[in-house]
Ligand binder design. Structure first.
Ligand SMILES: CC(=O)SCCNC(=O)CCNC(=O)[C@H](O)C(C)(C)COP(=O)(O)OP(=O)(O)OC[C@H]1O[C@@H](n2cnc3c(N)ncnc32)[C@H](O)[C@@H]1OP(=O)(O)O
Ligand SMILES: CC(=O)C(=O)O
Length: 526
């Protein structure tokens, strides 16, 4: 059994990750990701496939100029093609042209693939593996051998699958990486087969490369490590072919924090969340909010009893302190909240209120009543603050609405909608009109124009996001809609909510809350 606890993290975000549907990195994207992965402390960055495309060839020419502190770059490609020599194989020559210290070669370990895909003999495949590795070793390269479909190959023809590893080993491969290419192998099989390989090649570095087709890539990689593999391949956020690869963002903390292995410097574990979001941003993928450790919901507490317990002691509902991985705890307001959930919010406005004050119950009851009507305060904390102020008697309307009208312009020459708003402030009436790209835009402009005369600070406010959700679509045109409006004044950002059967009315409620929230904020000097 291997008793050292050092794990070599081998990142393939830029190679297998680039095989993910929906991802296409630019050359500049790749350079940025290399820099970030190097700083994070991975040991290998499998950065591209120079035999595949010009972008990767140019990338390897550019990346050479970067000074990496921790990682070695890997150029990736296959064994030589059937029936030709390594020197005549353009893919192999492009690997050499990439000029990296290390290369990875994938070769077939499943006899079925040799017959059906390569359409050659088992002996020729062994020769292809041998020739390719031997040649690259003769040029002084560090060579990783990816035994493609190794686990399926082992199950179908154990002798042959193991023979491919033996040949790679004899040719001088620096590591033998067992690939669950189709991602269909289960953890116990990964453990038993990897253990046999580890025992068969004492002193040779054994790696693991798992795909996530059965949702087990992380579990399978851990089982391989427990069986003695010490090189772990994976990608940031699990991006990769089909369902993806082992997600290093889950795998690294599992190995390092839970099992005591050493993957990256301890002080870098706190960068996991930002690394995950950075790579998602560059890959133009929406971050997975429910991702273990780093997702926005990973340490979000919603149920009233959980929140009560977390406030007493966070360990009651958190497996680790979120700060360890650079994440944050969030408490959200909802119909499943209890008094503990709303108390902190209330006390920000009136510190004398306690959990047992009758007003606390009144506020939580109002929250639940409104959520039942379709409101959602989880992200609309500004509307919830306005609700608290109203309940505490600390709210005075900043204006009175006399009326508003919204018109659709047809034909829409410049703007598609117009709005007229009539309001009164301290007995002074103002009527304004405005046009906009849609009724809500027109209404927002008209209301702001009217109010700015009285409250010039509203000039700083503008809308940054507007979301509409139909709540009960089955009632067709009478369906309720929920509108969420995100606003900013350049310093803070806040979200308000409105619900109605009429989208303009729902928007009006959210708009008024937003502007009044800003005015309250100015008044109390927040
Ligand atoms: C399991 C993995 O994920 S391995 C990585 C796979 N990644 C990719 O395929 C992405 C990059 N690939 C490419 O850009 C292209 O496929 C290229 C440039 C490499 C090859 O393109 P083409 O020459 O047009 O071949 P094409 O992709 O159509 O077919 C693949 C060929 O490689 C052969 N091949 C597949 N695996 C291997 C291997 N391990 N060793 C040698 N040859 C192989 C196939 O038998 C097939 O050969 P054939 O044309 O004689 O039938
Ligand atoms: C090498 C590789 O990506 C695989 O076998 O899945």
């Amino acid at each position: 059994m291997v008793d050292n606890k050092e794990i070599i993290i081998y990142d393939s975000t830029l190679r297998d990750g680039a095989q993910a549907g929906g991802i296409s990195y630019t050359l500049e994207d790749k350079l940025k990701i290399v820099d970030r992965l190097d700083k994070f402390g991975v040991k290998f960055i499998e950065a591209g496939n120079p035999g595949s495309n010009v972008k990767d060839q140019e990338f390897f020419a550019r990346v050479k100029k970067m000074k990496l502190k921790n990682a070695k770059l890997i150029a990736f490609g296959s064994t030589r093609r059937v029936g030709i020599s390594v020197k005549d194989d353009p893919n192999i020559q492009s690997l050499i042209a990439a000029d990296t210290e290390a290369v990875a070669i994938f070769g077939k370990s499943w006899d079925f693939h040799v017959k059906e895909v390569l359409k050659t003999t088992e002996d020729e495949n062994l020769q292809m593996i041998y020739d390719t590795i031997k040649y690259l070793k003769s040029l002084g390269k560090y060579v990783v051998f990816d035994a493609e479909h190794f686990f399926d190959g082992y199950k179908n023809n154990k002798k042959y699958a193991l023979e491919t590893l033996k040949v790679a080993n004899e040719a001088g491969a620096d590591s033998l990486d067992l690939c669950d290419t189709n991602g269909g192998t289960f953890p116990m099989d990964i453990y038993n087969i990897t253990k046999e390989v580890v025992e068969m090649f004492p002193g040779t570095l054994i790696g693991i490369h798992c795909h996530n087709d059965t949702g087990m890539a992380v579990a399978n990689s851990i089982m391989a490590v427990l069986a003695g593999a010490r090189q772990v391949q994976g990608t940031i956020n699990g991006y990769g072919e089909r369902c993806g690869n082992a997600d290093l963002i889950t795998l690294i903390p599992n190995l390092q924090l839970k099992l005591g292995f050493k993957c990256v410097p301890d002080e870098n574990i706190k960068h996991l969340t930002s690394l995950s979001r950075y790579v998602a941003e560059i890959a133009n993928m929406i971050p997975n909010e429910r991702a273990p450790y780093v997702g926005a919901y990973a340490f979000t507490h919603k149920a009233g009893m959980h929140i009560d317990a977390v406030k007493k002691n966070p360990a009651s509902f958190e497996h680790i302190d979120p700060e360890i991985v650079g994440n944050t705890r969030r408490i959200v307001l909802s119909e499943v909240a209890g008094r503990s959930t709303v108390l902190d919010k209330i006390r920000e406005i009136d510190p004398t209120v306690t959990k047992d004050s009758p007003i606390t119950k009144e506020i939580i009851d109002e929250l639940k009543r409104l959520e039942n009507e379709g409101y959602q305060f989880e992200s609309a904390e500004a509307s919830f603050e306005m609700l608290i102020r109203k309940k505490l008697g600390l709210y005075q309307p900043f204006f009175t609405l006399k009326e508003f009208k919204v018109l659709i312009n047809e034909p829409a020459v410049e703007y598609s909608s117009s709005a007229i708003v009539k309001i009164a402030v301290d007995g002074v009436t103002a009527i304004t009109a405005a046009e906009g790209d849609g009724p809500v835009h027109a209404l927002d402009s008209a209301l702001r124009k009217a109010l700015e005369k009285f409250y010039p600070e509203l000039k700083e406010v503008h809308l940054v996001d507007y979301k509409v959700r139909v709540l009960n679509a089955e009632t067709a045109t009478a369906a309720k809609v929920r509108v969420l409006i995100e606003s900013t004044d350049g310093k803070d950002t806040w979200t308000t909510v409105g619900v109605s059967t009429d989208i303009v009315n729902a928007s009006w409620i959210a708009l008024v809350d937003s502007l009044e929230y800003k005015l309250c904020k100015e008044k109390v000097g927040k």
